[in-house]
Design a protein around this ligand. Structure first.
Ligand code: KIV
Length: 291
């Protein structure tokens, strides 16, 4: 496991425009990658200026923008619309867009058409959920010049099959399936892998055994190459209106060590605090989520 280091000069002017090779270089240096979801141009500018490495146009926009109960209703057209908006607002950050439910599962040709629409809108990589059965599709896209981020563990598009939003890969057999899936996806050419709600020991093991994959954790402990949170969660905006904020999330608008009623940090400061905490390894705190 490599030791993480802070970037030499985090000021916006000094930051390079993030490309896939530059992300790989940063990861190889042991730098932790900070990713946040983003859905519009204004937030893209704020997050970019605060030093976020990667913006993810997540299909979580179904929940936090559209007010849906799941990500399932989201379409390729909606993802492309938000991708274009985010692409207009960002300068340095790398841009990944989720392939929504129904846009890739039936095979490589459908996946290519969907991914092409998202890349035309400004995505620099697409993300798709699912295990080894998606490896053929991942290979097809990568061979045609579309970088791919895979997504294992809790995969929200399968919420009805799973039966809820719960930790995955807890027992030995399930952990082995997850490790085998990650291996197949890495061999198919995926450059990045989101690990959502998996035990930190397993996420660390996958990150160590498959160094060719940049692993991005969400509720997966501190042993991954980087971290991602849903923007509205880390700004403390979810939780009161039916959308439940997961336990592993930290509300970065709270002044550290202050009372619950203390005035919040500004959005830009909160995002900068998140980037700093990911980079220096103080977020996530494995003792808090307890997997
Ligand atoms: O849609 C999304 O926001 C995501 C993150 C939770 C990783 O996939």
């Amino acid at each position: 496991m490599s030791v993480h280091t802070a970037p030499a000069d985090p000021s916006p002017a000094a930051r390079p425009v993030m490309t896939l090779p530059r992300l790989r270089d940063a990861a190889a240096r042991g730098e932790k990658l900070a990713m946040l979801t983003c859905y519009d141009a204004t937030f893209a500018r704020v997050l970019d200026e605060a030093g976020v490495d990667i913006l993810l146009v997540g299909d979580s926009l179904g929940n936090v923008i559209q007010g849906e109960a799941s990500t399932l209703p989201v379409t390729v057209e909606q993802m492309a619309y938000h991708t274009r908006a985010v692409a207009q607002g960002k300068r340095h950050a790398f841009l990944i867009t989720d392939m929504p439910f129904g846009s890739y599962e039936s095979g490589p040709e459908l996946a290519f058409a969907s991914a092409a629409a998202l890349m035309r809108a400004g995505a620099q990589m697409v993300k798709l959920e699912g295990g080894g059965y998606t490896a053929e599709t991942v290979r097809f896209l990568v061979e045609r010049g579309i970088p791919v981020c895979a997504h294992l563990g809790l995969t929200p598009q399968r919420v009805h099959a799973i039966g809820g939003y719960r930790v995955q890969g807890r027992d030995e057999a399930a952990a082995k399936v997850l490790l085998d899936d990650a291996t197949a996806l890495a061999q198919a050419g995926a450059a990045m892998l989101v690990l959502e709600l998996v035990p930190s020991v397993l996420a660390r093991r996958i990150s160590t055994e498959l160094p060719q994959l940049m692993t991005i954790g969400i509720g997966a402990g501190a042993g991954t190459t980087g971290q991602v949170l849903v923007l509205h969660d880390m700004l403390g905006l979810t939780g009161g209106t039916g959308a439940k904020r997961p336990r592993f999330v930290r509300d970065f608008t709270r002044v550290p060590g202050s009372e619950a009623q203390a005035p919040g940090l500004s959005i830009a400061q909160a995002v900068a605090a998140y980037v700093a905490a990911v980079k220096d390894g103080t977020f996530p705190d494995e003792s808090v989520h307890g997997y």
